[in-house]
Design a protein around this ligand. Structure first.
Ligand code: TYD
Ligand code: MG
Length: 447
């Protein structure tokens, strides 16, 4: 006999507590606890004998057949790159992103550009006619695409078994529900139950399954954290609402490189792949102005040139402003402090604004040197040539430290027609076209 006991569960992170709480002690969300009826199973003795069917579930590693050809290309190059070369058969993926960023468009485009892959698309967010409208906007037909609008998870699974597609796309996991549970679609219980059932479809029956998921205000994928542990690959689709570029970032990948990025541009007729993103993030200024410096940051295994723009002006208020967009504000304050202490530059009484052109968000420490040089350039009102590139991490002692992938960064700069590079000392790199100047400390960049 199963006994029932009332517990409370946090709707954000799934933390379970025996009493109701106003704020979750784990994720600090307010008012997120809902009643959860827990089924307590009575303890049964586990069987000792091993039956025939149990033995089937244990295999010797040497007997497992595996071929690397079991990857299916999606025909969208940037998408394949992020996955590490295409979909692995039977893998379980999660794609998250802000509403309206283009998740459905991306998946529809993948679906429509791969006529050789049979796809079952469960549309919980839009009607079939809305999808048709979008598909015709992208300009593709899609005979390989089957669209389902029933979002009850058992029906989805039954339909998947019947259709036997190569790829199952669930848009989105928050609209799926199991009629065996009483909670609403999107609740922790429902998301957990539905994704567990879908995982079985992927693992047992070899149907590659991709779930689209919503993100919370903090940028995490909504629903229980276990969702991210359960899947093989977690993808994030991100971008700036005011700009048209979109980055597809891989944050976890069991079958390929993590941290890889794909770059797209949202156009009137769907997403366009951007094979050369460096062009996208350079500003349109032709003649050089003070306060601008170009750097090369790594996004996954890919070097991208970015322009750092700084504006240093005398402050009209008591407390000077320090504003950064696309860059960490604390890192900016730190670099200003290093420049004051180790470089002898005075930013007291000056407002400092920092911007990364094109709306890119930089977290690579290699951009430090460019930020420092843009700041000094604006402070002294001197101009840095447009054909010069800076990269290197700046330490608290004012020293310029080595960064990874130096050679790739230089190659990219060379490709984009740069003539000089200021890089950390001790980097042993030979280049043909670029003149390399090495910087040992922050004071060296001022000359
Ligand atoms: P959508 O894929 O619906 O976003 P998500 O599924 O992540 O919520 O993206 C919709 C946005 O993309 C919407 O603001 C319109 C825009 N869009 C274009 O600019 N061009 C297009 O060809 C399409 C299909 C959408
Ligand atoms: Mg959508």
């Amino acid at each position: 006999m199963a006994k029932q006991r009332i517990q409370y569960e946090c709707g954000e992170c799934g933390y379970v507590s025996p009493k109701w709480m106003g704020s979750c002690p784990i994720c600090s969300t307010w008012n997120s606890f809902v009643e959860k009826k827990e089924e307590r199973k009575t303890v049964t003795k586990h069987k000792v004998d091993v039956s025939e069917s149990d033995q089937d579930e244990v295999v010797k590693l040497s007997e497992i057949v595996y071929s690397d050809k079991e990857r299916e290309s999606s025909n969208v190059k940037e998408f394949d790159r992020v996955l590490g070369g295409g979909f692995v058969k039977g893998s379980f993926l999660l794609l998250g992103g802000d509403p309206g960023i283009g998740k459905s468009t991306l998946m529809l485009q993948v679906a429509l550009q791969s006529p050789n892959i049979k796809i079952f698309y469960v549309a919980g967010e839009e009607s079939a006619s809305q999808i048709k409208q979008r598909a015709s906007r992208i300009g593709l037909k899609g005979d390989n695409l089957h669209i389902g609008s029933n979002t009850e998870v058992h029906s989805v699974i039954a339909m998947t078994r019947k259709l036997n597609p190569d790829l199952l796309i669930v848009d989105s996991i928050q609209t799926l529900f199991s009629d065996e549970l009483s909670s609403l679609p999107g609740s922790v219980q429902q998301v957990r139950e539905c994704s567990a059932l879908l995982q079985q479809i992927a693992k047992r029956e070899g149907v590659t399954t991709l779930m689209i998921g919503h993100v919370t205000k903090e940028g995490d994928i909504a629903g229980p954290r276990i969702l991210e542990h359960m899947v093989d690959t977690v993808l994030h689709f991100e971008g700036d609402k005011n700009h048209f570029y979109r980055l597809l970032r891989c944050v976890k990948n069991r079958f390929g490189p993590a941290q890889e990025v794909g770059v797209f541009e949202m156009k009137g007729d769907g997403l366009q792949e951007v094979p050369n993103p460096s062009e996208l993030f350079m500003s349109e200024i032709d003649s050089p102005v003070s306060g601008s410096a170009i750097t090369c940051v790594m996004e996954g295994s890919r070097p991208i040139l970015a322009e750092v723009q700084a504006l240093v002006t005398p402050s009209s208020f008591g407390t000077p402003q320090r504003t950064a967009s696309g860059y960490d504000q604390k890192r900016l304050s730190l670099l200003i402090a290093v420049l004051e202490k180790r470089g002898g530059h005075q930013f007291t009484g000056q407002d400092v604004y920092l911007n990364i052109a094109g709306g890119l968000k930089i977290s690579d420490p290699a951009a430090d040197l460019a930020v420092a040089s843009a700041l000094v350039s604006s402070l002294n009102d001197t101009v840095t040539p447009r054909n010069k590139i800076f990269y290197g991490e700046v330490g608290l002692g004012g020293e310029v430290r080595k960064v990874s992938f130096s050679e790739m960064r230089l190659k990219e700069a060379e490709k984009m027609g740069f003539l000089t590079a200021v890089i950390p000392k001790n980097e042993l790199i030979k280049t043909e076209k670029i003149k390399v100047t090495s910087a040992r400390t922050i004071a060296d960049i001022i000359e």
